[in-house]
Design a protein around this ligand. Structure first.
Ligand SMILES: NC(=O)C1=CN([C@@H]2O[C@H](COP(=O)(O)OP(=O)(O)OC[C@H]3O[C@@H](n4cnc5c(N)ncnc54)[C@H](O)[C@@H]3O)[C@@H](O)[C@H]2O)[C@@H](O)CC1
Ligand SMILES: [K+]
Length: 511
């Protein structure tokens, strides 16, 4: 599903009005009615007090529509207007008048902090103060009111986005943003829902189809793409009946050092579970028995050095290579890594200490094979691209880095992101249980396994991250977060593949 900027959402609005012969007021009615339907379906007429806070723009207009519909359906509603500006939008005013025609209980005007109402804790709050139009800092009394709303701890539903969030930068005051239990957002997800600095303002997001112009959405390239089951299944490559193990490639996992051979075991096992035809490993001598015992399916090539890798030589042409897991940063290893990069032309994934070596020796970046995949977690990323001011700048820096070095970067974490040139792909499956030793080794193995089967590097990166998250979710459903270990993820890669086809009905209507 595409992710649009605020400007693109406005353009989609206009295209819709033009092509469907709608007024903006009619579009607002359609959108807000859907929000009402969600609330009505959940509450089913319950006599719970509902407090709706409306701004004076179109987000406020949505709030007024929801208010009117709730009142006409018999709910106990109080409506407040947060008067942060005199410039009330046309559709706000139209819906303000319609609300006044519907009920004798006119909206309560808020103009300063003193006007903030008493609200019972069992109430529901609907936040329609600001939507995607916020473009400057909040005046102090509005910021204070938002903070007061947060202290109430009422169940809070935000319309479109939690008020106080910009769509393209982090808020000046991190406390002056609504903390929503759920955000009902229009048509497409917004990038802010997925970033570490802005994603915590809502526990849950529901994207609702308000019938915006499909042609426009299909033809406009978004600021990013959310990878869901629909996108993932479309990347899957079928296995042919008359294929053999050679069809699916012979990958090579290079890594390990004394005490860290497990990382290579995990990566190699993950590559095989993902479907690589054959897998070899290149490890220090001390890894030989460990690998042959732990993973009889893999072949083992060893370095002459007992404890670390000091020369990388192998006498076959791997279809794909994963390097770096547990490899260490010994000077001899750095030399071996450098001469490997000098000659390597095979599709490549670099992880862990491989990334740390690159960060310490940036000149090596020029030696990467085209479209090499780098899989840093945030600390490794910082070593590679240096600090960033906020998550938005981080994305821009990674895009430049990707362009400069013709590589694909996977920023690992909750909502891992895949960046290639100016393209951004967001993955939102996976769970906090996956923050555990070896989880990254498994991801590198999965991606190497996909490369080995002929997936393009970009597809291998996107699909690999998705499969990894999905396998982790399947484990967590059975065992919870705490008990999840990396080997469990490997054990569920098969189910993650099966899950793809269970979910294939989950079609994105915007495609
Ligand atoms: N396709 C869509 O996205 C649709 C959007 N609609 C609604 O329209 C919203 C956008 O509406 P608006 O563009 O009117 O913007 P908002 O309602 O988000 O903001 C209100 C207006 O206040 C002004 N403003 C911004 N920051 C301010 C500040 N700090 N202090 C004082 N004033 C400030 C701006 O001029 C802005 O237009 C969406 O979030 C959504 O709720 C729906 O009504 C219909 C469909
Ligand atoms: K809002």
């Amino acid at each position: 599903m595409k992710i649009f900027s605020a400007k693109q959402m406005q353009k989609a609005d206009h295209a819709t009005m033009q092509n469907q012969q709608l007024t903006s007021l009619e579009l607002m009615e359609r959108a807000a009615t859907q929000v009402f339907n969600i609330i009505h379906n959940k509450l089913n007429g319950a006599a719970v007090p509902i407090h709706i806070f409306c701004g004076i723009g179109n987000n406020g207009g949505d709030g007024l529509v929801v208010s009117r519909l709730l009142i006409t359906h018999g709910y106990h509603v109080k409506t407040y207007i947060v008067n942060f500006s005199e410039n009330r939008s046309k559709n706000f005013l139209a819906n303000y008048d319609r609300l006044k025609e519907t009920t004798n209980e006119w909206p309560i005007q808020l103009k300063s902090e003193e006007d903030f109402p008493e609200i019972e804790p069992q109430s529901i709050v609907i936040d329609a103060i600001f939507g995607i139009g916020l473009n400057r800092p909040l005046v102090p009394w509005v910021a204070q009111s938002i903070k007061r709303l947060n202290t109430l701890r009422c169940f809070t539903l935000s319309i479109d986005i939690p008020s106080g969030l910009y769509t393209n930068k982090v808020p000046e005051d991190a406390e002056a943003v609504i903390f929503a239990d759920i955000t009902v957002t229009f048509q497409l997800p917004k990038l802010i829902f997925f970033l570490p600095q802005t994603g915590n303002y809502t526990r849950d997001v529901q994207v609702i189809d308000i019938g915006l112009d499909r042609n426009f959405i299909v033809n406009e390239s978004g600021v990013g793409e959310l990878i869901g089951p629909y996108e993932a299944v479309s990347l899957y490559k079928n296995r042919a009946k008359f294929s053999h193990k050679g069809t699916y490639g012979h990958c090579l996992l290079i890594g390990g050092s004394y005490g860290k051979i497990g990382s290579v075991v995990l990566a190699t096992k993950a590559a095989l579970r993902t479907g690589a035809g054959l897998a070899s490993t290149y490890v220090p001598e001390c890894g030989y028995s460990i690998l042959q015992t732990a993973l009889p399916e893999a072949m083992v090539i060893t370095d002459d050095n007992e404890d670390l890798i000091e020369e990388i030589t192998f006498d076959y042409e791997p279809t794909a290579i994963g390097i770096g897991m547990g490899i260490g940063t010994h000077e001899k290893t750095i030399k071996a890594f450098e001469s490997f990069l000098n000659t390597n032309t095979h599709p490549l994934v670099i992880d862990a200490d491989g990334l740390n070596i690159l960060a310490k020796n940036p000149k090596l970046l020029k030696k990467l094979a085209p479209e090499t995949i780098l899989t840093p977690h945030p600390k490794e990323l910082e070593r590679l691209i240096r600090e960033w001011d906020d998550d938005f700048e981080k994305i821009e820096k990674v895009k430049s880095f990707s362009k400069e070095n013709n590589c694909i970067v996977i920023i690992k974490g909750a909502n891992s992101m895949v960046i290639y040139n100016d393209q951004l792909f967001v993955n939102n499956n996976g769970n906090p249980g996956m923050a555990t030793a070896g989880s990254g080794d498994v991801l590198s193995g999965i991606i190497t396994g996909l490369l080995s089967q002929g997936y393009t590097p970009l597809h291998a990166a996107i699909f690999g991250v998705y499969l990894h998250g999905s396998a982790g979710d399947l484990v967590a459903q059975k065992n919870g977060f705490e008990a999840l270990i990396a080997s469990d993820i490997i054990d569920h890669i098969g189910n993650a593949f099966l899950e793809l086809f269970k979910n294939s009905k989950n079609v994105d209507k915007n495609q």
